[in-house]
Design a protein around this ligand. Structure first.
Ligand SMILES: Cc1cc2nc3c(=O)[nH]c(=O)nc-3n(C[C@H](O)[C@H](O)[C@H](O)COP(=O)(O)O)c2cc1C
Length: 435
């Protein structure tokens, strides 16, 4: 399909008047390239200068953490106090590099909650003191947040958003998906509080809505504020699709500019179509053709019947045909792309220009080994190591791009696992956050 006729090439105007040049967005992907103070580094700028030429009309950064004690991984950018001059300059350079090719750029802001790795914090704050049900000792038992913890966290989300705006980012995306703090508040399995922050859906959604309100108050009406939300957690007794639709309605009423639909958490990693991970069950929904590869699209179609806000769908999109059908027939506003951009950083441009019709599926090949060593191993720990190893393989590619190198396609998952573990330890040992 030519660039002129493809609906993917059409601009998108958001409710606040901001215009995205086309319908392809780089989804948030944690980079781990902050310096030892948690400030954006030259490597991060280089990576985004590259993605700035990806063809995507929107770049969403990897999660920037609003609390140094609740990193999603070592090497995250952290904004948890008023940025000093160095931090302001580094943030500005990051935004400038990303936007140089004409893409809008949003900063994703997050707090890892109970999904903070034990090497970062063995007793992280969370809605309730309920540990993740995962093998190994990667994550500690969390501590339930007090009212004061909650108020301070809301304030830090707002401060981080203000810093993003001041640095030249076009918007922020509040991360309320994948089991991190705001997603855990929504999840009745993780949130068993009996105060105004837990119990009914209205109470469980309060944290997210208060964060949104505080972010808006500090950034003003013209600044884009989006949310990444789970369509469901896909766990018995967890955050359901009915819950998600209701929360989307409340977010719309509260003036959100866009909702990105994803799903799952560390216990049920449905956000990633990987070997060994089951796809979400959509049998209760009307099936669209794009659903064969994009596993959350049928949730988005159903949700779009209830809310007027533009929806972005991320997860599994690999063909121009499915993306085009999602935008032109299913009414999806934006297509999120993750893993393909970790290998071929300008694959969106190739799709838009008709040079390529499908994107590579590296996720099908990345595994520790055959048989019991693979993602279908009978051993839970091995399955988990396959999951981490595949993700670390992408992280290694970011390091190559950050150094101005090409992707290292011959890298084994095992080597990626070892290298990343070493990098994480090194970063943690050198971390010196400013007071
Ligand atoms: C290396 C990597 C890092 C990721 N980091 C984040 C993140 O920081 N925030 C987030 O919301 N999702 C994150 N994700 C999930 C992606 O945004 C996306 O939802 C997922 O990769 C599915 O899309 P895809 O099939 O196009 O890869 C990450 C995914 C990968 C592969």
């Amino acid at each position: 399909m030519s660039a002129e006729t493809s609906p993917l090439s059409l601009p998108l105007e958001l409710p606040n008047g901001s215009v995205l040049p086309n319908r392809l967005a780089k989804a948030a992907m944690t980079e781990g390239l902050a310096d030892s103070r948690g400030y954006p580094s030259a490597e991060l700028e280089r990576l985004y200068a590259r993605w700035g030429k990806s063809g995507c009309g929107l770049l969403i950064t990897g999660n920037v953490l609003v609390d140094r004690h609740h990193l999603e991984r070592p090497g995250n950018v952290v904004i948890d106090r008023e940025p000093d001059a160095d931090m302001r300059a580094a943030l500005q350079r990051w935004a400038t590099a990303a936007k140089a090719g004409g893409a809008k750029t949003w900063m994703q802001i997050s707090h890892a909650g109970r999904q903070t790795a034990a090497i970062v914090n063995p007793q992280p704050l969370a809605p309730s003191a309920i540990a993740l049900a995962l093998p190994g000792k990667q994550f500690g038992t969390p501590v339930a947040m007090t009212e004061a913890d909650i108020a301070a966290t809301i304030e830090r989300f707002a401060m981080a958003a203000e810093a993003a705006k001041a640095a030249g980012f076009d918007g922020v995306q509040i991360h309320a998906a994948h089991g991190y703090l705001l997603s855990a508040f929504l999840n009745p399995r993780a949130n068993q509080r009996n105060d105004r922050w837990g119990g009914s859906l209205e109470n469980r959604a309060r944290m997210l809505l208060e964060v949104l309100k505080a972010v808006r108050a500090r950034t003003g009406a013209g600044f884009t504020v989006a949310v990444k939300l789970n369509s469901a957690d896909f766990q018995k007794g967890g955050f359901s699709f009915a819950d998600s639709t209701q929360v989307a309605e409340w977010l719309t009423a509260a003036g959100i500019d866009l909702i990105e639909i994803s799903g799952g958490n560390y216990e049920q990693p449905r956000m990633m179509d990987m070997e060994g991970v089951e796809k979400p069950d959509t049998s209760a929904l009307q099936a669209s053709t794009a659903a064969r590869e994009a596993y959350f699209i049928d949730f988005a179609i159903e949700m779009q019947r209830k809310v007027s806000v533009p929806l972005m769908v991320t997860g599994g999109f690999r063909s121009a045909a499915a993306m085009t059908s999602a935008v032109s027939t299913a009414g999806v506003a934006l297509i999120g792309l993750g893993r393909p951009l970790c290998v071929d950083t300008d694959c969106a441009r190739k799709l838009l220009e008709g040079e390529q019709q499908t994107l590579d599926r590296w996720e099908r090949q990345l595994q520790l080994g055959p048989g019991w060593l693979g993602p279908h191993s009978p051993f839970g720990l091995i399955r988990m190591l396959n999951g981490f190893g595949a993700t670390y393989w992408y992280y290694q590619q970011f390091r190559h791009f950050g150094r101005g190198e090409k992707a290292s396609l011959g890298l084994s998952v095992f080597s990626a696992l070892l290298r990343e573990l070493r990098e994480q330890k090194r970063w943690l040992a050198s971390a010196r956050f400013p007071e």
